[in-house]
Design a protein around this ligand. Structure first.
Ligand code: NI
Length: 228
């Protein structure tokens, strides 16, 4: 499932992040943090992970996703890999087709995170640059994604993906991975659909015997499938 999170960052948050991520920020070559096949495809810039700025901005991204009920329902997060920041433009302007590593080790937290889901948060707008689409090769074909600033896309870690060359301007984004309590994309999808439809039923009819029973079903499925 590919899901867009529409209300992740406020315009105030975005303005200060864009300013902080100007040319003066501690940008380094993105290839320093990719392994094997991915490193050969990667040509972008990444914010030095151990910088003060990276730590400050990470907290803001983490806070934003943790406050988003849609993110929780879709990802059922167990662990999050510390968010990273990248910039595409000029000569460092693309990331060819690749698969992210299945288990990543965070230097910052010392934890290993299984990459069940990937999330990209767009930090500047689609008119700020040309190209730069995130192309995800999904079960239903290829989807090219370029979202307004402050929106994010959540997609399965199993997908082949790429960032098309940025031919004008700069593309700023944050990205991170999620280890979900529910490993299977299919099971997570069923839980998400059940949860979203329960929400609508409650809005339409209030709490009924049926919504209570179906909430029980939701939790019983989650109990059957979740690992914490
Ligand atoms: Ni990737």
């Amino acid at each position: 499932m590919i899901l867009v999170l529409k209300n992740l960052l406020s315009s105030t948050d975005l303005a200060s992040m864009q300013e902080a991520l100007g040319p003066q920020a501690p940008w380094i070559s993105g290839s320093s943090s990719a392994g094997g096949q991915a490193a050969a495809q990667k040509n972008n810039q990444q914010l030095a992970q151990d910088s003060e700025l990276a730590r400050t901005l990470q907290q803001r991204i983490l806070q934003a996703v943790q406050n988003d009920p849609l993110f929780f329902s879709a990802a059922l997060p167990h662990k999050l890999f510390n968010p990273l920041f990248n910039c595409y433009g000029g000569d460092a302007n693309h990331y060819g087709p690749h698969i992210d590593g299945a288990v990543l080790h965070s230097r910052q937290t010392g934890e290993r995170v299984r990459t069940d889901l990937s999330c990209t948060v767009f930090l500047n707008g689609p008119t700020d640059y040309d190209g730069g689409e995130l192309c995800i090769h999904d079960t239903y074909g290829m989807q090219a994604i370029k979202l307004p600033a402050g929106q994010a896309v959540l997609y399965p870690g199993t997908s082949l993906h790429e960032v098309r060359p940025v031919t004008r301007g700069k593309r700023l984004a944050s990205f991170f991975w999620v280890q979900s309590m529910v490993r299977s994309d299919e099971q997570r999808r069923l839980l998400f659909d059940l949860d979203m439809n329960l929400l609508k039923l409650r809005q339409q009819h209030g709490e009924t015997t049926e919504t209570t029973a179906l909430t029980g079903t939701y939790h019983n499925l989650l109990r059957m499938w979740a690992e914490t």
